[in-house]
Design a protein around this ligand. Sequence first.
Ligand SMILES: Cc1ncc(COP(=O)(O)O)c(C=O)c1O
Length: 369
Amino acid sequence: VSTTIDQLETPEVLVDHDRLIANIKRVQAIADRHVLALRPHAKTHKCIEIAQLQIEHGAIGVAASKVDEAIIFIESGAIRSITIAYPIVDQRKLDRLVTAAERNHVDLRITVDSAIGIEIARRSGARLHVFLKVDVGLHRCGINEASPDLCPLAARIGGNLEFAGLLSHAGHAYGASNFRDIVCVAEEERLTLLRVCDRLLADGIAVREISVGSTPTVLGSESFEGITAIRPGNYVFLDATALRLGIASANDVALSVLTTIISANDRYFIIDAGSKVLSSDLGAHGTGGNAGYGLAFRLDDPSGQPLRVVRLSEEHGFVEREGDLAIGTKLRVIPNHACPVANLAERLTVVSGDHVVDQWAVAARGKVR
Ligand SMILES: Cc1ncc(COP(=O)(O)O)c(C=O)c1O
């Protein structure tokens, strides 16, 4: 595709190739240094080409949330192993997943936090590696470390099911107000999992793997002792939330939305990207904390002071007006949360410097079942 960014129609989701590779290498280096298996969460990009790059750089598989999202990666031939880091409680979904994994010879690992999840896995008849999910503070899915159900649930994983270990996601790290808080969340997660391990071992249940993963905690952890695998997702792109948390600088952010100023009034520049492009997300897991919906940079001054996107309609963004910018001017917006932005896009336009070098389909976009 022989064109430059300023010639593109807008809105268009851009991925900076050099930054993408740098982000992939940054986390792979963490995994290598601490002898961790890296299984990046593919819900961030939903893109086969990016999964391939992650594998080429050393990831040993990917993680996914939803069954149909996982099937896209299984069928792509790009991966040999997948972890579903999400409880499946519908037999039809698990059977569909198992069929795809068996047909493509992909190692399938699933996650449970209830007796019904284990029962469904047992009924599938497939030989499956099963993780028990532990709630480490997000209070979303997972068994509490003090729950009386912990050991009985793990003990039920048998027959065609093999107990793979513990899995957690410290998404509450996104609510941190500074880098030190992230380090504390990561350490609490690690210590919680090690205590759960000890409880299970006391009941004669050995834990083979301990899989953690959120971008802030992976980038912020001081110790991975006892951990065997990481599943960060957002790190490939990063976003305004990562900037707020102090885990990245604007020069690291690989995903941005190219927009055009289509109108202006005395308060706002109006851009052609609204909630249908930028999403209305204020940050991961509803933790909020970002002022507005994104940071808008001028193409001719990429390291200048950004303007804030302060309101959204569906098809319009309201950018705080400072100085004079002509209608037709293009801006590059770093969104609050890159993951839903990728899911809203049909394709990612890959750029190197000012040049468009490729276009990749967001193959698993909208696969929410
Ligand atoms: C279970 C689970 N694992 C891993 C991740 C990846 O987290 P992040 O995108 O912060 O890297 C998520 C994200 O929501 C998740 O829900």
